[in-house]
Structure formats: C-alpha cells, structure tokens
Design a protein around this ligand. Structure first.
Ligand code: AMP
Length: 445
C-alpha cells in the first residue's frame, strides 16, 4: 500500500474543518488589528532562504527539501548540466522569508507608507526526524508587520496572539510567554565575542555540536538541550547585559506595554531562536505541561534588517508563527478536542427505483435554496437509507415512493418529533426552507 510520505500527515475531515475555522478565527481576530491576508508560493528560490534564514542554521543546512523540475533534474543527472540558480528551488521551511520577498518585490511598503500588516496560513516543510508533534509537513498560521520599528508593534502583535488564544479556548495558565531581546548588530557583535571567549574557556564541558557552534554561530549554544551544556550555559554572559542604549530602551518599552495590557511574561535571556534574521525582541510561547519535548506552540520576533538582506530598502519588521498541529496538541492536553457537529438539513429517501431521478432534482432544488441535502447513491433498502439519514443527523427526511410519485406529492418526516405530513411536490422546498429557518431561529430544543 502506498502511504503518505514520512512525517507528512493527512488532515482528515474533522481536522481539516478545524484548520479552516482556526484560519477564519485568526483572520477575524487579526483583522480587528488591521491585518490583511496574503498567500505566497510554497516553493521559493533556495537563495532566498539561504540569505534570510542563514546558511549556518539547522533549518537551511539540514532541513530544507529541494524542489527541482523533472527536466532540470534529468539534465543534471544525465547530462551533468547543473541547474541555473533561479531554478534551484526549495519547499518553504517557514513563512517570513517569502512574505518579506513579496513585500520587497511588490513594493508593498513605499517610503513613508503605513506598515503592511499581513496574515498567512499554510503548509511548511522541514526534513526533520519525525516524532510526536514534529513533522516534515506542518501547518503554520502567522503574521508579519513591515514598515515600523516601534515597540508598539511588538507589544500589539503579542497581545493580539494572546487575544487569539482566548478566542480558541487556550487559557493563560496553560502556557508561558518567554521574551528576550537579542539586540542589534552592534550590541550583538560585542556580546558574541564575550560569549565566544566564555565558550572557549568551557569547551571541554560542551557537547560536540556546541563545540562546532563556537565559531560558526555561538548564540545557538544558548538553547542547546544537552543537560551538561545547559549547566554551563547557566553562568554564560547574558545578552541583556550587552544591549546598547537604544535596544535596551526598545525592550523596556515592549515590556512596559505588555504590563499595561496585563500580559504575564517571563524574561528568558537564553532565548535566541534558531533563525539568523532576528534582531531585538524575540519571543516564544511554550505549553506549561503535557506536551513533552516539542512544547513550543509558537514564536517570533523582530527582523529589522531582513528586507535589506534580500536587496530591499530598509524595512523593519516583526512577525510570529503558530504551529497548528502543536496548538491542537496543546488544546487536547487540556481536554479540548476538535469536534465538528455536522447535521444535514434534508435527506431524500427513495422507496422505489423510479424515485431516484426525482430525489436528484429535489436535492438540487434544496441546495439551490441554501439547504444542505443528500440522498442515497448506492441503491440501499429504505431501512438502510433511514440509518444513513440518522448517521448524517438529518433534520428532515423526504420520502418518495410509488404513491407519492403517482400523486405528485412527498411525505416529510421531522426527525426531531417524528411527525409526518404530505406536501405537494411544488411547494416542498419552500416549506422546508420556512420550517428549518423557524427551527434555527428558535434554537435547539
Ligand atoms: P519556528 O519558525 O521554528 O519558530 O516555528 C514556529 C512554530 O511552528 C513552532 O513554535 C511550532 O509550533 C511549529 N513548528 C516548527 N517546526 C515544526 C515541526 N517540524 N512540526 C510541527 N510544528 C512545527
């Protein structure tokens, strides 16, 4: 049997339904803060991710899925003709790079314009070792705000995220919000030197990976999960002690605004996040209990130089992304399961073969008037058709048998009180619309 690729899951109807309502709730909530939807391709030129996320990051160095057209691949393998840079593509491992590329390409933030506030949702791809809550294809919902470096943007976006968690029923006490500032290039280079010296002094106690990071990307040693490394890093120099005056003021203002909005946070000086483009504010939302190692449900931060890194003009930005599958796990760990209560307005049951054509037309007429309708497509017995109507939670069943066909009427059964009544073929749809509208206005019995 051919199954889905490793680490890539199907979203079956209940989950796909929940993903849709998750997205609509986000569009509605974020819309109140001025965010508009955007969609970018799931593949981009590999160079975009290398330049923005950074060559030395795990995401780019180890986890990208290359995407290359069959013809290019054939020419490469069979004729040794290496593809042109622009046809070297990768499946997107995250959303920010593509959106900043789109903002630059379409000049969405002309000089002096108000910030572009954008929201996106879709699949991301990372060739990670699959495990619970860590997949190779997963769905992210995120926002990007480009065009302002004001701390009000950072605090507004974080409080908007908290607002969204409230909308989907994730209570404050089920997660913690960690925040940090990793400064700008100038304060970070002083810090990087101090950290490098510290790491060299303690290299014997660090794991192999951290030793390779000392020169390549020393900041990444801060979030190593190895217990020995964590002991050492406990006493490592802290970035917040190296912030320049401007970065310190920026961070202080973000924290003050979060306090004003009564948003509890924990300052975590070792939080650096894995991507190179971040500057100043970074944050992560971690589930307090019940999710094991993959407990980060979302995170983000400021990226004031990213647009320049991909040859745009200086356009400071801030963004975050939520992992949909991890949010589902977080909800499930507190007993909230995605459940879709489905019901069908009308089921048309046929008691003779001649009734099927009429059932087909009646179902179509109901749908045209905005009702959901279905009938049996497999020639089942009347008893089985009724079972099907129950399975679909049908509110009304229309019976069509030889008597009804001869008399040009139908028998309608209200599935709630089991009352049956004959209605003429011409008026049945109008009457059902009226009955179902009345029922939905008076609410559930
Ligand atoms: P990141 O861009 O790595 O900060 O990812 C943002 C969010 O996406 C994380 O907080 C997770 O919730 C989610 N995420 C990242 N990688 C994966 C993955 N491999 N599988 C499932 N969710 C992921």
């Amino acid at each position: 049997m051919i199954v889905s690729p490793e680490g890539m899951n199907d979203l079956l109807p209940d989950m796909a339904f929940f993903w849709n309502s998750f997205r609509s709730k986000a569009l509605e909530t974020f819309g109140r803060y001025g965010y508009l939807p955007i969609d970018t391709p799931v593949v981009e030129q590999t160079a975009l991710f290398v330049r923005s996320i950074g060559e030395g990051t795990d995401v780019v160095a180890k986890e990208m899925f290359a995407a290359i057209s069959g013809e290019n691949l054939r020419r490469w393998l069979e004729e040794g003709k290496s593809p042109k840079a622009k046809s070297l593509l990768s499946l997107r491992p995250e959303g920010t790079a593509g959106i900043v590329r789109a903002v630059v390409q379409h000049d969405l933030v002309p000089q002096g314009a108000a910030p572009a506030k954008l929201v996106y949702a879709g699949p991301m791809f990372r060739a990670e070792r699959p495990q619970k809550d860590r997949y190779r294809q997963f769905n992210q919902l995120g926002i990007e705000c480009l065009g302002s470096d004001s701390p009000t943007i950072d605090a507004e976006a974080i409080s908007m995220l908290m607002d969204f968690f409230g909308q989907i029923g994730l209570p404050y006490d089920s997660f913690k919000l960690l925040i940090n500032s990793i400064g700008c290039e100038s304060c970070r280079s002083t810090y990087r030197e101090a950290l490098r010296s510290f790491l060299l002094e303690n290299s014997a106690s660090l794991c192999e990976t951290c030793n390779t990071r000392i020169e390549l990307n020393p900041l990444r040693t801060l979030d190593c999960k190895n217990a020995d490394c964590q002991n050492v890093m406990h006493v490592a120099p802290k970035i917040t002690n190296y912030l320049c005056n401007e970065c310190k003021c920026h961070f202080d203002e973000v924290k003050e605004l979060l306090c004003v909005s009564s948003i509890p946070y924990i300052e975590e000086p070792s939080l650096v996040r894995g991507l190179d483009y971040y500057t100043r504010t970074v944050f992560e939302v971690q589930v307090a209990e019940g999710m094991g190692a993959q407990n980060a449900i979302g995170g983000g931060g400021r990226y004031d130089r990213l647009a320049e890194q991909i040859e745009g003009r200086r356009t400071p930005g801030f963004g975050f992304a939520l992992g949909f599958e991890r949010v589902v796990s977080a909800l499930s760990s507190i007993g909230i399961e995605p459940h879709v209560a489905r019901s069908l307005d009308v089921f048309v049951a046929c008691a003779c073969a001649e009734a099927y054509k009429v059932a087909f037309s009646l179902a179509q007429a109901c749908r045209a008037k905005g009702l959901s309708a279905d009938f049996d497509h497999q020639g089942r017995s009347l008893k089985s058709q009724l079972k099907l109507a129950n399975k679909f939670n049908a509110l009304q069943v229309i019976f069509l048998g030889p008597d009804e066909l001869d008399g040009n009427y139908v028998t309608v059964r209200d599935m709630e009180n089991h009352e049956e009544r004959p209605i003429s073929m011409e008026s049945v749809v109008v009457e059902l619309v009226a009955a179902l509208t009345k029922k939905s206005e008076s609410g559930p019995a």
